[in-house]
Design a protein around this ligand. Structure first.
Ligand SMILES: NC(=O)C1=CN([C@@H]2O[C@H](COP(=O)(O)OP(=O)(O)OC[C@H]3O[C@@H](n4cnc5c(N)ncnc54)[C@H](OP(=O)(O)O)[C@@H]3O)[C@@H](O)[C@H]2O)C=CC1
Ligand SMILES: O=C(CO)COP(=O)(O)O
Ligand SMILES: [Zn+2]
Length: 352
């Protein structure tokens, strides 16, 4: 069965390297980026990174505004959209983690402006993807947004992010092992279109993330570079598929369910990592190997370590299948019962 027609949304340029934030002015010139610029960032990143960006481009290009966001939710998105309209911006730049990047790309999509992605942590694969997770829009899953015209990934900055954020990026990426399995299952059982090429690309990212767990403890910068490339590539897979299907299956449904029931308790990638172990167990694939790899980097592997009550884990497993019923996964249409969810969470060591 052929997929529906869709536009493949890919970045024009990807800059990756050490200390490249100092070359920003040159890159903006190469990209022919149009001012006024609106920079979307978070409170911490404004101090650590945006000040450097302003030093680099601000003295030449004075037409810049900086706005901090607290959460990727619809209220913040609406506020930023009003600001962007008022200043008549042409280019929206997301500088930070997934939250700032998502608000930037969502606003750029709404107003049909250019979007530039400047990640400061390798914590999620939204760096490249033309999708954004905005809370308060009804469902906790991502929606269409603007893909970046360019990505500027400074490995020095990304390596200086807290270890927890780097580990979260590995968690988000190993999740593709399950996402692709779910997709294949949907193709077999439901006749859904399965994109072999984009699935392979997502799996390649997961393979590199697993490999990263052997490298990152002894060579942080090389490990972060490898991980960043895997995250970018996973975003490309989503852009090519025209959906998050290659990158999000039942492991993400579990993460979304926990986030709904117990908001802001853990990072997105941490929940995806736990979800991957659980769903790999249900699929009957290498869940122990994934768990061992994550243990190597000090990834939180229990609900206790994440500060999430065991009942939330079990409840999340029982409702995960209801979050995106149109996307078939190993959880099927009926999901897990309380007792089976409890057994699986115990067998995988996520709860006592
Ligand atoms: N669109 C997509 O396809 C995807 C979207 N996502 C979304 O991304 C979000 C998760 O992103 P994540 O990055 O984990 O979380 P956040 O963007 O919330 O960032 C977490 C924290 O890390 C801080 N931070 C970022 N970089 C650094 C750094 N270099 N040094 C010190 N602190 C830093 C941020 O600071 P500050 O407060 O200043 O920003 C923030 O406080 C979720 O909302 C998720 O849904 C995830 C995957 C894919
Ligand atoms: O987080 C994502 C991919 O890593 C996006 O997935 P969702 O479409 O489930 O929000
Ligand atoms: Zn994710």
């Amino acid at each position: 069965m052929a997929s529906e027609e869709h536009i493949i949304d890919l970045p024009k340029r990807i800059y990756v390297g050490n200390g490249i934030i100092d070359k920003l002015h040159e890159y903006f010139y190469q990209l022919n980026s149009l001012s006024p610029f609106l920079i979307i960032t978070g409170h911490n990143i404004r101090k650590i990174v945006v000040s450097k960006i302003l030093d680099e481009i601000g003295n030449i290009e004075s037409n810049i505004e900086v706005e901090e966001v607290e959460e990727a939710n619809i209220d913040e998105a609406t506020r930023i959209e009003e600001i962007a309209k008022k200043m008549n911006t042409n280019t929206i730049i997301g500088v930070g983690g997934g939250k700032s990047i998502d608000i930037a790309k969502y606003t750029a999509f709404r107003l049909n402006k250019d979007f530039i992605s400047i990640p400061t942590a390798p914590s999620h694969d939204g760096i490249t993807s033309p999708f954004a997770s905005i809370k308060g829009l009804g469902k906790p899953v991502s929606m269409k947004a603007k893909g970046p015209m360019a990505i500027i990934a400074d490995i020095d900055i990304m390596s200086s992010a807290p270890k927890r954020l780097i580990n979260a990026g590995i968690g988000d990426t190993v999740g593709k092992i399950v996402a692709v399995r779910d997709w294949r299952l949907a193709a077999k059982l439901r006749g859904e279109y399965y994109g072999d090429y984009t699935a392979s690309l997502a799996l390649l990212s997961a393979k590199h993330a697993l490999n990263c767990t052997k490298i990152i403890n002894r060579d942080l910068k090389y490990g972060v570079r490898l991980l960043t490339e895997a995250l970018i590539s996973s975003g490309v897979a989503m852009g090519m598929a025209g959906s998050t299907r290659p990158a999000s299956g039942s492991e993400h449904l579990f993460a979304h369910a926990v986030e709904m029931l117990y908001p802001n308790s853990a990072l997105h990638g941490e929940l995806v990592g736990i979800g991957t172990i659980i769903m790999a167990y249900i699929h009957g694939i290498k869940w122990k190997e994934i768990k061992r790899a994550l243990a190597r980097i000090g990834f939180p592997l229990t609900a206790k370590e994440l500060g999430i009550p065991r009942e939330i884990v079990i409840k999340a497993l029982t409702i995960a299948h209801t979050i995106r019923p149109e996307r078939y996964t190993i959880l099927g249409d009926r999901g897990l019962t309380w007792s089976s969810a409890e057994k699986i969470a115990k067998d995988t060591g996520i709860i006592d």
